[in-house]
Design a protein around this ligand. Sequence first.
Ligand code: NDP
Ligand code: 8X3
Length: 257
Amino acid sequence: MNRIKGKLILITGASSGIGEACARRFAAEGADLALWARRRDRLEALAGRLRARHAINVWLDTVDVRDRAAVERAAGDLVATARVPDVLVNNAGLASGLSKLQEGDPDDWDRMIDTNLKGLLNVSRAILPRMVTERRGHVVNLGSTAGHQTYPMGNVYNATKYGVRALTEGMNLDVAGTPIRVSAVDPGFVETEFSEVRFHGDKERAAAVYQGFKPLTADDVADAIAYIVNLPEHVNILDLVIMPTAQRNVYVVDRSQ
Ligand code: NDP
Ligand code: 8X3
């Protein structure tokens, strides 16, 4: 049964990777979309393809989730031109750098904390009250296996994803008494632009992360998110951990393929 068709789904970080795969997947199921990211050219190209292929509405906006005023403006515009989204996928996020804490770059720390934690808070603060007023909605937060187990030099990225897990639990408590659902999806290795961003554009170092095994694709994660969103309203997945079969925890990976 398709419970996605006709919903309005807001996806942050829709210009690449998991966010873009969610946009394609939800469009194929007949949802209307609101797509946010900083790279407008990519959003426009994606929206153009999805509108041409599926009979859906797509609203896009250039939003840096770190900019609270921009997030509030974009949320207001979306509600005024479309409506309160049925689903918010808090996906925008990144790792920046991989260093021991004592050697880390505080600018990398700011980037991760401001995007993964404060960005998610900014967007949730702008959208969730409107869901509460309408007594409907579903928030899906992108956590990570890095929010369940630390790995060497993961320090600040790990801390942000542990934080996302705490926020998902907290948001669930805060919407108790409403029908709103709050879910987390926590993937292991997914081959996207994630590692290229982490290593500041070093494509070779990024490719090495996924060598010798079959990582998850962005579409695999979008499938899991679509599963969660499609469940009946009385079913709320609190946390879904998804890894490639070759990966058994954050650092045990069979690279012998
Ligand atoms: P990508 O780098 O491919 O995509 C990240 C997306 O986030 C881009 O669309 C980017 O858009 C957006 N983004 C980054 N910063 C901002 C910002 N300040 N404001 C708005 N949008 C922003 O990586 P993934 O698809 O892999 O990552 C998506 C999420 O999944 C992240 O939260 C990540 O932590 C999580 N994750 C990834 C895993 C992996 O192995 N790849 C595993 C577990 C979790 P733009 O640059 O245009 O703004
Ligand atoms: C991303 C997974 O292990 O590359 O959240 O940090 S990992």
